[in-house]
Design a protein around this ligand. Sequence first.
Ligand code: MTE
Ligand code: MO
Length: 501
Amino acid sequence: MLTERLRGGEFPSRTDFLFAVLAGGTGVAGSYAVAGYTRRFVVAPIDAAVVRLTPGEIVAFVIQNVGEQGHLLHVGLSLVVATGLLAATALGGRYAARRVGRPVVGGGLACVLAWGLTVSITAEPVLAVGAAGPVAAFTTAGAVPLAASGRDPSRRRVLVASASALTFLGISIGLGRSTAPGKPATGETGEIDEEVSTLLQEAEAKSLDIRGDVPGLVSTFDEFYNVDIATFDPTLSPEDWSLTITGEVDDDVTVSFDELTDMPTERRFVTLRCVGETLNGRKLDNAVWTGTPIKPLLEEADPGGECGCAMVHAADDYFVQFPIEALEDGFLAWEMNGRPLPRSHGHPVRVLIPGHWGETNVKWLTEIELLDEEIDGYWEQRGWHGTGPVNTVAKLWSDATLDDGNVEVAGHAYAGTRGIESVEVSIDAGETWRDAELSDPLPGDDVWRQWRYEFEADGTHDVVVRAIDGEGTLQPEAPSEAFPSGATGWVSKTVGERPPN
Ligand SMILES: Nc1nc2c(c(=O)[nH]1)N[C@H]1C(S)=C(S)[C@@H](COP(=O)(O)O)O[C@H]1N2
Ligand SMILES: [Mo]
């Protein structure tokens, strides 16, 4: 192999492959450097295609069993695919370099191929240079030693090439993290208006004094859970955003961001809970949202349609269908805890539907389509029944031993618009029940409450907790899995007499 001539020798050799893969890798890195972790990154559309082509049962299985880490599986696969495709363009370049005997010709061809490929994937001609440049440079540089010595690169050259590729990768990761174009609001800047401040203070004051690890009555951006169908959240700017109401309407209605935020503005506490979470899971959070009611917009469009239902669409191709009746109680929010909506929570505008499962709270809203007949939404196509009202739940999120030796158990309870009337705790596996201490209710129709219960521990205790909703209905005891209609049952935990540490 060492005697392979630039023009001669078998093609592709192992070295050809190695250099092509290195070039492909730098191409992916270069794309990341200029696009960041956005939908303009060459891996993003591939990932979307991978997810789209994965059968729904597998998606549902991964969500339940692997959870958020499931993203790593398909992002990893998509990274490999992107590297392979760009490596193929580099291989083409190396072939040409050999045929013609000039590295630059090979680099040039690889450049054109890599650029064309990246544009066809991302539709971003300018940013595609970020991928094509390094592929071209690596293909050219990789072919030079061949031309100069007439030999395959020695091990040393392979090492140098690998080291420079790694260095380039490191730099690109740094760049990609900081220079994503059109970086959206992170929610960290801007003034908090007075009304929101007052509400945040009220929530702070009403939060119970809990020793264990239980969030307050308002979840911070870091605490607030996230469920996304797409790996790469849309990057939308308020200037480019608009909402259209279409379908079975008298006239299509379109509103811009400025028009929306000029409408009567309200601040509301709204709690969200995902239908896919486990019984004692943590996909339950609350925030104060700034926005405007949907109803006047719907009335302007004057919906017709047979089913009295609507499909709500988003920029990540998410869609969910539910009754107009529920939509009318909804809210279009552009701020969360007094800051512009963070990208991960739907920047610039999301829907909030009181009392219904998390999936109805469409992020990156683009369109409300009034329908003539019911059509399944994204999750319903995958077997879930998650558009209706939430189940009642009392979480047992912490148990802690206090300084005086007493045991404290605590958590949150939530029943959507039914509200929480009381939370009961048993420390004897359900034989007897006591009322837990409850946080004073926050203003709003769709808010959780914190609960806390303290007792003198005598050995171990089987603690069970259950809520009674605002209609006087006891949380059902019968356990069920999250799929398809949300987990049910009473949360229990054995508490006390821990091994000494
Ligand atoms: N556009 C869009 N909206 C969406 C989703 C999504 O993937 N895309 N996920 C839904 C689900 S299943 C839930 S539980 C909530 C979660 O909202 P959060 O990520 O702000 O907590 O958003 C809902 N809205
Ligand atoms: Mo969800």
